[in-house]
Design a protein around this ligand. Structure first.
Ligand SMILES: Nc1ncnc2c1ncn2[C@@H]1O[C@H](COP(=O)(O)OP(=O)(O)O)[C@@H](O)[C@H]1O
Ligand SMILES: [Mg+2]
Length: 143
């Protein structure tokens, strides 16, 4: 699978996240790429409407990981401050991978060597021609 979708505002990006989340299963990992303000957190906020309706999604910028209890628990990471594998061990990253929950990870640019074997890639790009336009690419990587 390799899908490309254009959105025109944050709500549309949330809707793409919500629709994508319907395909997710226990143990799935979603590696997110894209600059600050691209819309990664907006996408996860939409996904959570499907996975844990009513959950208030905030960026895990300071906490590194937020946990959302649900039928399948969801873990939302922000890897921006992760600089080496030791930091990944100390946040329990590998335990989360084995937990059977669904993991969304923003800033996977920072952890590319440590991604699991199979995962989804979600890349969100801004466009020079319109400040609110985004190109969202969803790919299966080794799945
Ligand atoms: N098409 C769009 N999709 C997502 N966010 C958008 C879009 N257009 C404008 N925005 C704005 O861009 C910002 C995205 O923020 P956020 O989701 O926190 O990004 P990130 O997590 O990638 O840093 C928000 O202020 C949102 O309102
Ligand atoms: Mg974010």
């Amino acid at each position: 699978m390799n899908t490309e979708i254009i959105t025109r505002n944050a709500e549309e990006t949330e809707t793409v996240g919500a629709t994508f989340a319907k395909t997710l299963k226990a143990g799935d990992f979603i590696a997110m790429f894209g600059d600050l303000g691209a819309g990664k957190t907006a996408f996860v906020r939409g996904a959570m409407k499907t996975l844990a309706d009513g959950a208030r999604v905030q960026s895990p910028t300071y906490t590194i990981v937020n946990e959302y209890p649900a039928r399948i628990p969801v873990y939302h990471f922000d890897m921006y401050r992760i600089d080496d594998e030791d930091s990944l061990y100390s946040i329990g990253y590998y335990d989360y991978l084995e937990s059977g929950g669904i993991c969304f990870a923003e800033w996977c640019e920072k952890i590319e060597p440590y991604l699991p074997e199979a995962y989804y890639t979600v890349t969100i790009r801004k466009c020079a021609d319109d400040p609110d336009k985004r190109i969202i690419t969803i790919q299966d990587t080794n799945r």
